[in-house]
Design a protein around this ligand. Structure first.
Ligand SMILES: CC(C)(COP(=O)(O)OP(=O)(O)OC[C@H]1O[C@@H](n2cnc3c(N)ncnc32)[C@H](O)[C@@H]1O)[C@@H](O)C(=O)NCCC(=O)NCCS
Ligand SMILES: Nc1ncnc2c1ncn2[C@@H]1O[C@H](COP(=O)(O)OP(=O)(O)OP(=O)(O)O)[C@@H](O)[C@H]1O
Length: 218
């Protein structure tokens, strides 16, 4: 397989609640993308026996494990959002291992030569709000920025995830500024409106980078 035949990786980023997961769903369902969610990888590694579990408890304290032995995510969230030093500490434990795991998943997906529904190699889509911070930019052939205004994002996570306004604002304030996301990304998807509108934008961008045979053309 030549370098050009390798499945390309689209990095999908943007702040909390912007709609990255919704975009990934479209990429997976409509375009046969293989989807990798950094938050999910992070969650898996944090399970008892996972690569970050012991490191987190020894750094933050055994009281961050619940009665079932699992890390208490809500408690950890209260600890790290709003305290930049602690957030950086957990990032330094989690991000290198998440990156390693994602690099392995990309290599595996390429080896499997996953097929999309037209029987030709599709793409890999990696989603993370912290794509740049987590050092994942280097794994990606192109970066997409998913945009919705902070107020829209806050409203969505308050309605759909039960976040308080304070928690939503704390998470947003701990992530990159909008200008920074725009600077590093070459494509912007505006997810301020209806999902049908977002689907049209995703289709348009995917068509631009798929050649006539359905291969990624980046
Ligand atoms: C603190 C934790 C346990 C809270 O878990 P919880 O299930 O409540 O939230 P969830 O993981 O769904 O994240 C909520 C929102 O915060 C964002 N977020 C998560 N970690 C961070 C971080 N370190 N800095 C900024 N934003 C973050 C997510 O992208 C998402 O938008 C969890 O977010 C975590 O382990 N974070 C630190 C590691 C990390 O950076 N993970 C994300 C990429 S691997
Ligand atoms: N265009 C939209 N219209 C209405 N609701 C939406 C729209 N886009 C996303 N949502 C909803 O807003 C919430 C946040 O979206 P989503 O989970 O896709 O964001 P995200 O960028 O992946 O967030 P995070 O980084 O926090 O995981 C979800 O409940 C989702 O269903």
């Amino acid at each position: 397989m030549t370098e050009d035949d390798r499945m390309k990786v689209i990095g999908v980023t943007g702040g909390m609640g912007a709609g990255k997961s919704e975009v990934l769903r479209i990429m997976e369902q409509d375009f046969g993308a293989r989807v990798i969610l950094a938050d999910e990888v992070g969650r898996r590694l944090m399970e008892p026996g996972g690569a970050t579990y012991e490191k987190i408890l020894s750094e933050f304290g055994r009281e961050f494990a619940g009665a079932d032995g699992k890390i208490d995510r809500q408690k950890l969230a209260r600890e790290i959002f709003g305290d930049e030093e602690k957030r950086r500490k957990i990032n330094s434990i989690v991000h290198p291992l998440v990156r390693q795991e994602i690099e392995e998943e990309i290599a595996e997906a390429r080896a499997e030569k996953l097929l999309n529904n037209r029987g030709v190699p599709s793409c890999i889509a990696v989603e993370s709000a912290l794509l740049a911070e987590g050092g994942l930019e280097g794994c990606c052939d192109t970066l997409w920025y998913i945009y919705a205004s902070p107020e829209t994002r806050i409203r969505r996570v308050m309605e759909n995830r039960g976040y308080t306004r304070t928690k939503a604002e704390q998470v947003i304030n701990s992530q990159m500024e909008e200008e920074e996301y725009r600077r590093i990304c070459s494509v912007m998807i505006d997810n301020s409106g209806a999902l049908s509108d977002t689907r049209s934008q995703v289709s348009c961008e995917m068509r631009k980078i798929l050649d006539n045979s359905g291969r990624m053309n980046l």
